[in-house]
Design a binder for this molecule. Structure first.
Ligand SMILES: Cc1ncc(COP(=O)(O)O)c(C=O)c1O
Length: 464
């Protein structure tokens, strides 16, 4: 058996190790013991091990470790839209467990049908067929199979730096080396990539200035590159992408209109992965609604299961119902009544509690506050986001936009020590994803903790 050499240590690893050890020293004994047992039994993998901490309770926007230490969770894997342990979701699950806990394949059940009907009612007009799946990655695979079968083509165009799931097909359309390179061997053929929209760090070199609307100067080079590729090859089955990138990066105005037109002109399907952004996160039920563009296939997951159970869904036009003779979503838990009932209740809670509206309102408050923080902390190079998907990009030079990866790591640990959890994306973007139930007080408290952590780690002095 050939073993891959370990990746070389990267710059700053020593400091990172020291920071991590510092955090570990602050973790209580019960939490530490559980993290140690985890390390003894689980296979190691990047991004998952070693664990940061251990959780014994999750409620609303909060998680609690085994020593009673509480963290405000602005991460939640973008699953906790309705907050952890929403009483209505838990009650729906226990009622369902008591009445019908499972449906063998080929038997339908009321919760699965009701969920599919509800998804169709909520989705952009025209997306009226559904398959359910046990994970986002599986739902992406269904989308890929639909695109292949409907077009008779197999090639996909997607973004470098994207994540679409851990399966082999999903990692092939994904664009992160961590999931594509190394020992996994050849990926799915025909998975081609293009640089994504990323106005603060435009891969086409257009956003070096301070203009408010760089796309007026670049004339959407990133969208035109997609049209170029689709037209040159003429045989792509689908463009697969997140309409708002979860980093986050917002698409420049008109980007998706241009890509939609290019897809239509070349017979290519447009697949939107809204696994993290769907169900209200960005202040609309679906992020694509901000763009006025409807995809041919829409993929949902994560929050659909209410941060309790795993469930995802692929929606498409009735005209793409082309797999009757095949089995695109042949999963054991295809119409599981318990996961479906949980998802149905999540959708009702999002509507009944006005959570999309709350995401919009709290997101606007958070953005205003983050801009004020950027005014005080020179290491904040950019603040962006929509609804409750927010990003704070750290730099060592605002003029050069040099990513400050060490700074981001230091802020992460400083925030954890103060009681706030979030994720760092692309090495230097603090990605904040509070639940849609977040209250004024929780949001303000979280941003107070973030500001204090930024002051601790980056200071307020001008950058050198
Ligand atoms: C954009 C996107 N697509 C797909 C997935 C995969 O979902 P799952 O982990 O449920 O397979 C994720 C998960 O993080 C995601 O963020």
């Amino acid at each position: 058996m050939t073993r891959m050499p370990a990746p070389p240590p990267s710059e700053g690893d020593d400091n990172r190790g020291a920071r991590r050890r510092g955090w570990e020293r602050g973790v209580g004994p019960r939490t530490h013991a559980l993290v140690e047992r985890d390390a003894e039994v689980f296979l190691r993998q990047s991004l998952s091990t070693p664990c940061l901490s251990a959780v014994v309770r999750a409620e609303g926007a909060w998680i609690e470790d085994a020593d009673g230490r509480r963290l405000l969770d602005f991460h939640g894997n973008s699953c906790h839209h309705v907050g952890y342990g929403h009483p209505r979701v838990l009650r729906a699950i226990s009622d369902q467990l008591a009445s019908l806990p499972f449906a063998p394949r080929r038997f339908t059940c009321e919760p699965a049908v009701a969920l599919a009907e509800k998804l169709v009612a909520l989705a952009p007009a025209g997306l009226d067929r559904v398959l359910l799946a046990p994970s986002g990655s599986d739902a992406v695979e269904i989308a890929l199979r639909i695109a292949r079968a409907a077009t008779g083509r197999f090639k996909t165009l997607s973004f470098w730096d994207a994540f679409h799931g851990a399966g082999l097909g999903a990692s092939s359309v994904g664009g992160e080396a961590l999931f594509r390179s190394g020992p996994v061997g050849p990926l799915v053929p025909g998975a081609e990539h293009v640089a994504p929209f990323a106005c603060y760090r435009c891969p086409y070199g257009h956003a070096a200035g301070e203009d408010a609307a760089p796309w007026e100067r670049c004339r959407l080079a990133c969208a035109r590159m997609i049209r170029f590729a689709l037209e040159r090859e003429g045989d792509f089955a689908a463009v697969v992408a997140e309409p708002t990138r979860a980093v986050p990066y917002l698409p420049p105005p008109g980007f998706w209109r241009e890509v939609r037109d290019a897809c239509d002109a070349t017979g290519t399907l447009l697949v939107f992965d809204e696994i993290p952004t769907g169900l209200g996160k960005t202040g609309r039920m679906f992020a694509c609604e901000h763009e006025g563009v409807t995809p041919d296939v829409l993929v949902l997951g994560k929050a659909l299961g209410g941060a309790v159970l795993p469930i995802a869904a692929t929606l498409c036009r009735a005209g793409l119902d082309v797999g009757a003779a095949w089995a695109f979503g042949h999963y054991t838990h295809e119409k599981n009544p318990v996961t479906a009932r949980a998802a149905l209740e999540v959708l009702r809670v999002i509507e009944d509690e006005g959570l999309v509206e709350n995401a919009r309102r709290q997101g606007a408050r958070a953005l205003a506050r983050l801009h004020a923080i950027a005014g005080r902390i020179p290491a904040v190079g950019d603040v962006r986001g929509r609804g409750l998907l927010l990003g704070v990009e750290l730099v060592t030079s605002r003029a050069q936009r040099t990513p400050d990866r060490e700074g981001a790591e230091a802020v992460l640990y400083a925030a954890l020590a103060r009681g706030l959890s979030f994720k760092v994306t692309m090495g230097n973007v603090l990605t904040l994803s509070p639940p849609l139930t977040v209250t004024d007080a929780e949001l303000d408290h979280g941003l107070d903790l973030l500001e204090a952590a930024l002051v601790d780690a980056c200071g307020t002095e001008p950058l050198p």
